[in-house]
Write a protein that binds this ligand. Structure first.
Ligand code: G6P
Length: 610
């Protein structure tokens, strides 16, 4: 959601904060601000809109400070405007706070503080925090103690960073439900909501856990619980590089990430396929393979694109591992009193590993004694750390808000898990080998599809003014229809729906006329003949059809208006190929409409609020 960065050390914090905010802008981008403290001057500068506008404003001010915090916002309470932007401050404007999360009891706290004479100038929930801390400072408490006492009264979620001009040798950071890391440098330290903000300066990272707060000085930090118990934190050396999080010459992160899929898919399976045994080797699941193979039921829980990956996983697990599988939105799972048995295993899929609903669902499942396994991209993320076992997808940092390479890598990992379980059960060596071999061919096949970029761009030109899109697919390609429609909605703001092709006649067919583009995912598999019948039904109603079809298919061209021909693979792996043209189609339409592809309106990369 919102992005947080903080600095204490010997350098000027202003450029460090601005650079950090630019790196974090994918997390929220409706307003931004910084708060700085030095001996002679403390100030807060904020702006509506993107970080570049804030930067312009700051450029003329010639600011210098060794202590500062910065925030880029994704509004929850209150309009995205300058007043509501962070940092928020107390009445004397000498205590600055940035906050990611939601304060659930803010109305009660606000009413109480108003009675004490505190005046509120914003519509945000976050503004209660500086006033509440201030109320403890005025009673003679230190900053650390005041924050600790304030947090004891706050209900909700937070990643918080606080600075105070009467104690300019430190910043205080606290975490509950919103990610926060410390970066350890030489005579300087950093705080951030994710490592990309501070990667240019350090790779020594400390992950804060929920309920922890830390007092950060130039040369040391002290971590405690809210209840004042001192804790020892481990420093991790991370391997991510700056190049991995740059655009590498592409116009947008999304295009870079789409084009990077031959490599990311390769990285997801590197060293994990055991070809001669027709199986896979997944270090993170080593201790739980028996449990997985003996599972009576698998539940997959996730949100957004990760949920679509889970749907493909359901088809894989049921077809090959022969284990009943259910896929559930994390937000529904956590609130509906789900039945969980001791032989169930639950996979939580999340690119960021920080999605609030998925994390809460995981915790709920844990309380009920379930075996909880994570499938995450971000190493060291909350879901990865709180899972009992799991697999990293190793897709590399994904910055574009619309998920692309994480999806294909999630499918690779689900296929690897399928192989692992199925070979323990009744999958033959021959069948296992066939799947493993086909997996190894995927990077080249993806590269072949990416060569269709110009062709797909032309199709995008023809449909950029469409008001609606329908995506249809069957079997393994039904979740791809959902994912294709989601990509179109997310970045092109065109209303799009995905349906199982056969369901079309139970409702969506009423929408079809000569203005309705329908994307059919129609590779030559066992459902192909049925798909052809569905295509005929659409043609009879004058719908315009774009088909994603097999290279070998010479028939379909006669029936449809546009074809995108792609290589074939076995059915279970087909979504890894069929989704690629749909990612490119959504991308090019959004670009042609002049939209901000990497930062679509109202969305955030990592949704850390409910
Ligand atoms: C947000 C993003 C989506 C993503 C979803 C789940 O809505 O905009 O692209 O699919 O969160 O995120 P996760 O990090 O848990 O996979």
């Amino acid at each position: 959601m919102c992005g947080i960065v903080g600095y204490i050390g010997g350098k000027n914090c202003v450029p460090i904060l601005i650079n950090g905010l630019k790196r974090l802008e994918y997390r929220g981008y409706d307003s931004a601000g910084i708060g700085i403290i030095n001996n002679s001057h403390s100030d807060v500068i904020k702006n509506k809109g993107k970080v570049s506008l804030l930067e312009e404003k700051i450029d003329n001010l010639n600011l210098f400070a060794n202590l500062g915090i910065g925030h880029t916002r994704w509004a929850t309470h209150g309009l995205p405007n300058e007043v509501n932007a962070h940092p928020h401050f107390n009445t004397s404007k000498n205590l600055f706070v940035i906050h990611n999360g939601i304060i659930e009891n803010y109305q009660t706290l606000r009413a109480g503080l108003k009675k004490l004479g505190y005046k509120f100038i914003t519509e945000t929930d976050s503004e209660v925090i500086p006033h509440l801390i201030d109320s403890f400072l005025t009673k003679g408490n230190s900053l650390f103690k005041s924050v600790q006492l304030a947090l004891q009264e706050i209900e909700g979620t937070y990643g918080l960073v606080i600075i105070y001009d009467k104690e300019p040798d430190k910043l205080i950071a606290a975490r509950k439900g919103s990610p926060l890391v410390l970066g350890i440098g030489e005579h300087e330290n950093f705080v951030a909501s994710d490592v990309s903000a501070i990667l240019a300066y350090t790779k020594q990272i400390v992950y804060l856990e929920d309920g922890e707060l830390v007092e950060v000085y130039r040369d040391k930090f002290v971590a405690k619980t809210i209840a004042d118990k001192e804790i020892q934190k481990e420093v991790h050396e991370i391997s991510m590089t700056l190049e991995e999080i740059d655009k590498a010459g592409y116009d947008h992160f999304m295009l870079k990430e789409i084009m990077g899929q031959p490599e990311s898919v390769c990285n997801s399976m590197r060293g994990r396929i055991v070809l001669d045994k027709g199986t896979s080797k997944l270090g993170g699941l080593e201790g739980v393979v028996e449990k997985l193979a003996a599972a009576k039921r698998i539940i997959i829980s996730a949100c957004g694109t990760s949920w679509h990956a889970g749907l493909v996983g359901e088809y894989m697990f049921e077809q090959f591992a022969r284990i009943p599988t259910e896929v559930e939105y994390a937000s529904e799972f956590r609130y509906r009193n789900p039945v969980i048995n001791k032989d169930d295993v639950i996979f939580f899929i999340s690119q960021s590993g920080e999605t609030a609903d998925t994390l809460a669902a995981l915790r709920e499942a844990k309380i009920r004694g379930a075996s909880v396994f994570g499938i995450c991209n971000v190493v060291g993320s909350s879901i990865a750390r709180e899972s009992q076992a799991g697999v990293y997808i190793h897709a590399g940092p994904e910055i574009g808000v619309a998920s692309t390479k994480a999806f294909t890598s999630q499918l690779i990992v689900l296929a690897l898990i399928t192989l692992l379980i199925a070979r323990r059960k009744d999958m033959s060596l021959v069948d296992g080998k066939k799947i493993a071999e086909e997996m190894q061919k995927l990077p080249d096949k993806i590269a072949q599809i990416l060569k269709l970029n110009d062709e797909i761009e032309k199709i995008a030109e023809a449909f950029k003014d469409s008001k609606n899109f329908l995506y249809l697919g069957r079997g393994y390609n039904f979740p791809v229809a959902l994912e294709g429609a989601l990509k179109m909605k997310e970045i092109s703001y065109i209303h799009a729906e995905g349906y199982p092709a056969a369901e079309m006649k139970h409702g969506p067919i009423a929408l079809i006329d000569e203005n309705m583009p329908i994307v059919f995912i129609a590779p030559k598999d066992s459902t192909y003949e049925k798909i052809l019948s569905n295509i005929e039904e659409i043609k009879a109603r004058k719908g315009i059809i774009i088909a994603v079809a097999s290279d070998s298919d010479n028939e379909i061209d006669k029936l449809v208006d546009y074809t995108i021909k792609i290589p074939d693979t076995i059915r279970m792996l087909m979504p890894i190929l069929t989704v690629i043209p749909l990612q490119l189609l959504a991308y090019h339409i959004a670009v042609k409409k002049g939209l901000n592809v990497d930062q679509p309106r109202n969305l955030a990369k990592s949704v850390t609020v409910e």
